[in-house]
Design a protein around this ligand. Structure first.
Ligand code: FAD
Length: 403
């Protein structure tokens, strides 16, 4: 017979792990199950391309909380248990094992699945994507002095892996399919160029306008074949983006369109199912638009909104997107949502590596990024949407809090 729960959370990552904690913190007294495909308890995924690769840390050190927390808070865990189907009529979750769990409320937090390349040779050894702790440990086990690492893609994960591999002594080449600097689709050309120069200065090589066409080698990869030439490689990391993991949502017949469509309280098209984190295409009431955000802060805060919805609260999705990255000696935080062709205003010492970037659209601040300067988080967040001239933004005589 199916076990019954007040709430079943599907996906035990950052969002899933946070929502069970928020439920208990908000006094939810119902029974809770946390089901995840990953064999490990929820962990802090951003560490995988940073601490785990740079410091050889055990991914277990990045656990959101101790293993005994779940039992102590009466949360039943089903780790290493992928969900095969979600039936909203019978309010039942079916695990791969065939086991069934009944729910009053289900919360989907299944995250993203890395995209792969469909070219000859992908079955060769030492070709990886990076999403979970197993991937991170497999990748770092190949790092070493002079090891040739090819990173395909210049997004956040690709560049963080490139920085980690280079720092660990590898010979790193980033393969880009366009001529544009990495990250320029998010940060625009000028700031994308800043990241490219940061990597070049640290010895990372770039090959551009290079479409990957095949991998060759005997057992393990030896060469990445591209339209711009051959790149010898002992290790390949494919970082070409990710897609929302909407399998269970689709099996339930929920409305899915670039993620699971949810309102500002994280409610899907089915009254007893919520969705949060990377998979949620959610209505943001502050920005008055739909957003699907693949960042840690979003998963945590949407988890808190979902817990509020389940417990009869009124929290809503009403904040600006935020994320951060660490690469070599550059640490930054970004808030808002700039367009790649927004006007860029720099405040501070860009050459010295400590500065703030503002993006302006129609005279209003669309985004801000503090690079190696801290403690301005709240002030920068408050500026998003405000009308401020480029001259004033750049003028260091005007304190950030008075812009
Ligand atoms: C290497 C790496 C570095 C990152 N660095 C940063 C960073 O510096 N800053 C930042 O803001 N963000 C970063 N992110 C993004 C951030 O980690 C994600 O946005 C965040 O984890 C999303 O949380 P989530 O709960 O939606 O998904 P996840 O944390 O991915 O959790 C989803 C969970 O669902 C499970 N799952 C999937 N399908 C099923 C199923 N059918 N049944 C059961 N379980 C399932 C998965 O196994 C997974 O454990 C990084 C991501 C990666 C991979």
């Amino acid at each position: 017979m199916a076990e019954e729960f007040g709430t079943v959370v599907i996906g035990a990552g950052i969002g899933g792990g946070t929502v069970v904690e928020s439920l208990r913190d908000s006094g939810y007294a119902g029974s809770v199950a946390l089901v995840g495909a990953d064999p490990a308890a929820p962990y802090y995924r951003p560490d995988l391309s940073k601490k785990v690769m740079l410091e050889n840390s055990d991914p277990a050190e990045s656990a959101l909380r101790g293993d005994d927390w779940y039992a102590a808070h009466d949360v039943s865990t089903f780790f290493g248990s992928p969900v095969a189907a979600l039936d909203p009529t019978g309010q039942t979750v079916t695990l791969d094992s065939g086991e069934e769990l009944k729910y009053g409320q289900a919360i989907l937090a299944t995250g993203s699945t890395p995209r792969t390349l469909d070219v000859p040779g992908t079955q060769l050894g030492n070709i990886h994507t990076l999403r979970d702790a197993g991937d991170a440990v497999a990748i770092r086990s190949q790092f070493g002095e002079g090891k040739r690492v090819a990173v395909i893609g210049g997004g956040w994960i690709g560049l963080e892996v490139a920085a980690a591999a280079k720092t660990r002594g590898c010979d790193v080449t980033v393969i880009l399919h366009t001529d544009a600097p990495p990250l320029s689709s998010v940060l625009g050309h000028e700031i994308g160029e800043h990241f490219e120069q940061l990597h070049r200065k640290n010895g990372v090589k770039f090959i551009k306008e290079a479409e990957t066409t095949a991998f060759t080698g005997s057992d393990s990869v030896e060469v990445v074949e591209t339209s711009a030439g051959s790149v010898p490689a002992d290790l390949v990391v494919v970082g070409i983006g990710a897609d929302p993991a909407t399998g269970p949502a689709a099996s339930a017949g929920l409305t899915v369109d670039d993620g699971v469509i949810v309102d500002e309280h994280m409610r899907t098209s089915d009254g007893s199912i919520l969705a949060i984190g990377d998979i949620a295409n959610a209505h943001n009431v502050l920005r008055e638009e739909r957003l699907r955000i693949e960042h840690w802060d979003n998963a945590v805060r949407q988890a808190e909104v979902a817990a509020s919805t389940v417990t009869g609260g009124s929290k809503a999705y009403d904040w600006q997107p935020y994320f951060y990255t660490d690469q070599f000696d550059l640490g930054m935080e970004y808030v808002g949502r700039g367009g790649a062709d927004d006007e860029v205003v720099i405040r501070g010492d860009r050459a010295g590596g400590e500065f703030i970037v503002f993006w302006l659209r129609d005279g209003r601040v669309s985004a801000a990024m503090n690079v190696n300067i801290w403690d301005f988080g709240d002030e920068l967040r408050a500026l998003i949407g405000k009308e401020v001239s480029a001259e004033r933004l750049a003028d260091e005589q005007v304190p950030v809090g008075q812009l």
